[in-house]
Design a protein. Structure first.
Length: 83
């Protein structure tokens, strides 16, 4: 699990509860995504609309509990972003 995945997860965890909800992912990527991409913490092509953010969430939520643990999140972003 990469350091970049941890940094991105922490940036998206808006309420700092240690898990990501679909709403957090969509909201945080919309508000923080360009800054994260400019800083190299998110590929520019990783920025997307609410539908793309929701699809990322669905792909990562392997156990279907509607929240992402860091492990679920990092497995997906490491694979997708090539970290």
């Amino acid at each position: 699990m990469s350091e970049k995945a941890r940094k991105l997860f922490d940036a998206l965890d808006l309420n700092s509860d240690g898990v990501l909800t679909r709403a957090e992912v969509i909201t945080a990527l919309r508000s923080k995504g360009p800054t994260l991409a400019a800083g190299g913490d998110l590929p520019f092509w990783g920025l997307g609309d609410a539908h793309a953010s929701s699809a990322l969430f669905d792909a990562a939520d392997r156990n279907g509990d509607d929240v992402l643990s860091f492990e679920e999140f990092s497995r997906e972003v490491d694979r997708r972003f090539g970290w």
